[in-house]
Design a protein around this ligand. Structure first.
Ligand code: DAH
Length: 361
């Protein structure tokens, strides 16, 4: 083993390298030559026993050989590793026809769905979407809307009051309708304007069509020469697009709201079968929303001159719209957070910003 010439060592190495057919065999060759007791190592140790001139020459040759061996071993190792990998890949089989695993992604709640449909419809008519707080002042919820202290409409709102008081020493309250946001927007923004606002409202009420928390959409248009005609066109357009019919049948029934004059309730024509409610044909009227021309007192309380600008407004239950469009019979179930209910009535998220949120799950 010892005292072999570098040439002989190289030849033996080449043969053994050639013969190594896998990584284990290659490791053995490495140990044979470069290991602690390997050939090259032993020959390098022997050097000290030679005369200085032999030592110099032979040492240089042995070191060169050692480097060449390391090089060869590395290359062969890379080659063998690649072979192993290719063999492994060839043995693996991916069946692309297998069904994918069902991913539980959750659903879009019908209220969220309808809110996004409404935002979509009204933004195409150039309305902005405004927001406001759920805890409101007495002024924004009542007084500015022409509902004074002693007004009987205050009783009909079944208001939740909060202990804290505002700057007028009046208790804060949970807003009873979305009309509060029209006050905030009229006070803040330049006229003319078109806006909707959507959100949670609160009244102390509970049965199959009322829950203490519910959702409303409020619409407001302020401009010069605004008339009931504009209001009627706007509502008919909105309701036809929302219910996906050519032209919804609609009637305005005189009514009373403190914040509008004249005021009207809007009914749409519908036909009920045992299971379905149809909007494209009708044999009865269904009340759907309240509306009217903004009362001059409301304009004045927002520093708008009624001689310069007029406006129309409307308010409508979002929950009710969702119940009618998607055939959901009981409002209370909306807020019971039952996953099975949501899987049945919810929508798949399509995740398309700016477009309708979902399709039926
Ligand atoms: N605020 C009313 C309510 O909650 C709904 C309403 C009716 C809003 C007529 C309006 C309107 O803007 O003009 O009962």
């Amino acid at each position: 083993m010892s005292g072999e010439t570098p040439k002989k060592l190289r030849d033996t190495f080449k043969k053994k390298l050639e013969a190594a057919k896998n990584l284990e065999a290659l490791e053995e060759v490495r140990l044979d030559f470069l290991g602690k007791k390997g050939n090259i190592t032993a020959n390098l140790k022997l050097l000290s026993t030679y005369p200085i001139d032999v030592r110099k020459e032979l040492g240089a040759e042995l070191n060169k050989l050692r480097m060449a061996i390391i090089d060869d071993l590395t290359k062969k190792k890379e080659g063998l590793e690649k072979e192993v990998l290719l063999e492994k890949i060839a043995g693996e089989f991916e069946d692309l026809t297998l069904p994918t695993l069902r991913e539980d992604k959750g659903c879009v709640h019908p209220i969220t769905q309808v809110k996004s449909e409404l935002a979509n419809i009204f933004s195409k008519m150039n309305f902005t979407v405004e927001e406001g707080p759920e805890i409101e002042t007495d002024f924004n919820n009542f007084t500015a809307l022409n509902i004074h202290d002693s007004h009987p409409a205050r009783q009909s709102h079944d208001t939740f009051y909060i202990n804290e008081r505002d700057e007028n020493s009046l208790p804060f309250l949970l807003r009873t309708h979305m009309s509060t946001v029209q006050i905030r927007t009229m006070k803040r923004d330049k006229k003319p304007m078109r806006m909707i606002s959507m959100g949670r409202c609160y009244r102390s009420d509970y049965d199959s069509t009322h829950t203490p928390m519910f959702h409303q959409i409020e619409g407001l248009v302020i401009g010069p020469n605004i008339t009931m005609g504009n209001l009627k066109w706007c509502l008919q357009n909105f309701l036809s697009i929302f219910f996906e019919v050519e032209k919804v049948s609609m009637r305005l029934r005189p009514s009373y709201f403190p914040f509008t004059e004249p005021s009207a309730e809007v009914d749409i024509g519908c036909k009920r079968t045992k299971e379905n409610l149809m909007i494209d044909d009708y044999d009865e009227w269904l009340e759907i929303l309240g509306c009217g021309m903004v009362h001059p007192n409301v304009l004045r309380s927002c520093d708008i001159d009624p001689e310069e600008f007029q406006g129309f407004a409307f308010g409508c239950g979002i929950d009710r719209l969702a119940m009618l469009k998607y055939g959901i019979p009981d409002l209370r179930t909306f807020f019971e957070t039952d996953k099975r209910w949501l899987e049945h009535y919810g929508f798949k998220s399509l995740d398309v910003p700016g477009f309708m949120l979902g399709e039926k799950a």
